[in-house]
Each structure stands twice: as structure tokens, then as C-alpha cells.
Design a protein around this ligand. Structure first.
Ligand SMILES: Cc1cc2nc3c(=O)[nH]c(=O)nc-3n(C[C@H](O)[C@H](O)[C@H](O)COP(=O)(O)OP(=O)(O)OC[C@H]3O[C@@H](n4cnc5c(N)ncnc54)[C@H](O)[C@@H]3O)c2cc1C
Length: 323
């Protein structure tokens, strides 16, 4: 029986594991692979296709590494520490988490089941497939959750942002600070009356086409033109760069019948990263907490581990004295 099982191998899980080592918790980390999304780092700054990304945090000038923290470096540091810990990491896929008395039973694909008094779920989220039409669609960049990473590329350019997530709206505002012109192409009007939606309406270099439908993405080697149906007319919009954000799909299916999820499937957590089930904590992109970024996942992982540690201390295992 473990005191803590951490599920996932990304930024959140690794930081939880580092915290658990510090507190000498008897724990096991189970992950499909160590590294999570951070391992999908792109070879160049210009390669932002789905599943490939450059993990920068708050990097207005990507050339100047002295002045910004690269989240992936922190995760790689954790990784080096963790791989020296014998018996702490089990590489496998968790297929089920079940309640077992006061604790949990964690079932894996290849190594049977493990029991634990507490669990941290940090299984991440994946970008939803944007499903854009046309040959140029492969060159539309996934926004991810760090528009700042892209801002140095958009200076003086004509840019399109496709999507109706909060992230897409904030990214539009951020890019408009440097780009010559930003087109926001949205399928609905849902968030346009929010504070950020209203702010976009005040900026002269942003043009919003709400209820727009992308008919074609034209371009070989780069996006050149977007063919868009809007208000009964077909528009051909020439752009230098195009970005899309279709939101994230949380990998929360393991606990969907155990804990409360929000309407999009993110695990609801409180300010201690506790879920609605005592002893079950969650951290990182899979939670409904604000901000899907490496450094935020690291913070959440540590907080979930701290909360799990407190939970364990509040429930001491009292050993019988020898008679
Ligand atoms: C395109 C893109 C660009 C991004 N750009 C940036 C950026 O520039 N800067 C930034 O800070 N952040 C960026 N992010 C966000 C950042 O990558 C995430 O916030 C962060 O990696 C989340 O860490 P995590 O530990 O929560 O999840 P993940 O890194 O996704 O890790 C989840 C882990 O859980 C494992 N797992 C899932 N299910 C199971 C299971 N059933 N059994 C065992 N293991 C399982 C996975 O294999 C993985 O190891 C970007 C994200 C995307 C998609």
C-alpha cells in the first residue's frame, strides 16, 4: 500500500513527485511516459503544428534566454532527479481508479493494480482538433496557452486568429500590440460581450468577423489566404500568419464517475487542489483552475502534493505496540 500515487508524467506530476520526495512520502508515480507535453518541444520556433510546441513562458524576445524562464528547463531538471529514484516511477497506462475503503485502487494496463491512501491525478489535456479545410490548414499554428511565445513573430504582420475561446480573445489583444492588423474569425458571438471582447472592439487594428465560417485555407509552405463566409458574403483575406484555438480536451475520463467535472470535463478543484472526493487531488491542465502553462502546472503539482501530505498526516496509521 502506497501513501500516494501520482498519475501522469508531465510538469504537474513531476513537481508533485519532487515535493513528495522532499517530504519522504511513500509514493509511486505512474505515467505513460516521463515528460508529458513538455517532451513535444518543437525543433524551431516556427514549428507549431499540433503536438509539436516550443515551451516558453512569458518570452517577448525568444532570442534573449537570459531574460525569461523556459518552463521546459525546470521540468527537465525534475526529470533528471526523478530518474535517479529507484522504484518511484512505473511506466504504464492507468486504466481505472476505484474507491477501496478509505483509499484507492489504481489499475494499470500491464502491471496489475496498486493500492494507495491518496491519489493525485495530473493527466493533462490535449488541444481539440481544429478541423480546418484546405491545403494551407497544416500551416495554421496552434495557439496553445502562451500567445506571448508568438508575439515576436507577428510584429508588423497581418495576422488571423481563429476561434472563440477566452484564450483566442486574449491572444488577439496581445498580438494587436505588435501586429499591423489582426482578424479575429469566430464561429459564434458568445464571448464578445465579455470584458476582453469589449476591449477588442476599441482597438483600431482588430477586425472581428463573428459567425464566420472558414471555407478554405490557401497556401503552400505558409498560410497565404483565408476564404471566409461571413454575413452572406464570401471574403478572401490575405494574411501573413494564422493561429487557431479550439480549446483543450481534458484527459479526465479515469475519474469521470468518481469526482465532479465542469461542463467541459475539467476536474473541479478547490484552492488546495482537492477534488470532491477526500484523498483524491488533481493538478495541471486536467483541472478547471485558470491557466494552462508549464509554470502554473508546476505550482499546482506542488500544492496538490502538499495537500495530499496534510491529508495523510491528519489520518495517521497507528501501529500496534508489541506486547
Ligand atoms: C500547442 C501547445 C503549446 C503550448 N505552449 C506553451 C508555452 O509556450 N508555454 C507554457 O508554459 N505552456 C505551454 N503549453 C501548455 C503546457 O504544455 C501545459 O500547461 C503543461 O505541459 C501541462 O502539464 P501537465 O502536467 O498538466 O500535463 P501534461 O504535460 O499533458 O502531462 C500529462 C501526463 O499524463 C500522462 N497520462 C495521461 N493519461 C494517463 C494515464 N491514463 N495513465 C498514465 N499516464 C497518463 C501523459 O502521458 C503525460 O505524461 C502549450 C500547450 C500546447 C498544447
Amino acid at each position: 500500500m502506497y501513501d500516494l500515487v501520482i498519475i501522469g508524467g508531465g510538469a504537474a506530476s513531476q513537481s508533485a513527485a519532487m515535493y513528495a520526495i522532499g517530504k519522504q512520502i511513500h509514493f509511486l508515480m505512474i505515467c505513460e511516459k516521463l515528460g508529458g507535453r513538455v517532451e513535444d518541444v518543437a525543433p524551431t520556433e516556427h514549428d507549431f503544428t499540433l503536438g509539436k510546441m516550443l515551451v516558453h513562458y512569458d518570452a517577448p524576445d525568444a532570442q534573449d534566454e537570459e531574460q525569461h524562464l523556459i518552463g521546459s528547463s525546470a521540468v527537465h531538471l525534475f526529470e533528471r532527479q526523478l530518474t535517479t529514484q529507484r522504484g518511484r516511477i512505473l511506466v504504464d497506462r492507468v486504466t481505472a481508479i476505484e474507491r477501496d475503503g478509505d483509499g484507492f485502487r489504481i489499475v494499470t494496463e500491464q502491471h496489475g493494480a496498486r493500492s494507495s491512501r491518496a491519489v493525485i491525478v495530473a493527466t493533462g489535456a490535449v488541444p481539440r482538433e481544429p478541423g480546418l479545410p484546405g491545403k494551407g490548414a497544416a500551416h495554421v499554428r496552434i495557439l496553445g496557452h502562451a500567445a506571448t511565445t508568438h508575439t515576436s513573430n507577428v510584429a508588423g504582420k497581418i495576422v488571423a486568429v481563429i476561434g472563440m475561446t477566452e484564450q483566442a480573445l486574449y491572444a488577439t489583444a496581445e498580438m494587436a500590440q505588435l501586429a499591423r492588423h489582426v482578424y479575429l474569425l469566430t464561429p459564434t458571438t458568445t464571448l464578445l460581450d465579455s470584458p476582453i471582447g469589449a476591449a477588442l472592439g476599441q482597438l483600431p487594428n482588430i477586425q472581428t468577423l463573428a459567425r464566420a465560417q472558414i471555407i478554405d485555407v490557401v497556401g503552400t509552405g505558409a498560410v497565404e489566404e483565408l476564404v471566409v463566409e461571413h454575413a452572406g458574403r464570401t471574403h478572401r483575406i490575405g494574411v501573413d500568419l494564422a493561429f487557431v484555438d479550439s480549446g483543450l480536451q481534458p484527459r479526465s475520463n479515469l475519474v469521470q464517475s468518481l469526482v465532479e467535472l465542469d461542463e467541459q470535463g475539467f476536474i473541479k478543484v478547490d484552492d488546495q487542489n482537492a477534488t470532491t472526493v477526500p484523498g483524491l487531488f488533481a493538478a495541471g491542465d486536467v483541472t478547471d483552475a485558470l491557466g494552462e502553462q508549464v509554470l502554473i502546472a508546476i505550482g499546482e503539482g506542488a500544492r496538490a502534493a502538499m495537500s495530499a501530505h496534510r491529508y495523510l498526516l491528519e489520518r495517521p496509521l497507528v501501529r500496534q505496540a508489541n506486547r
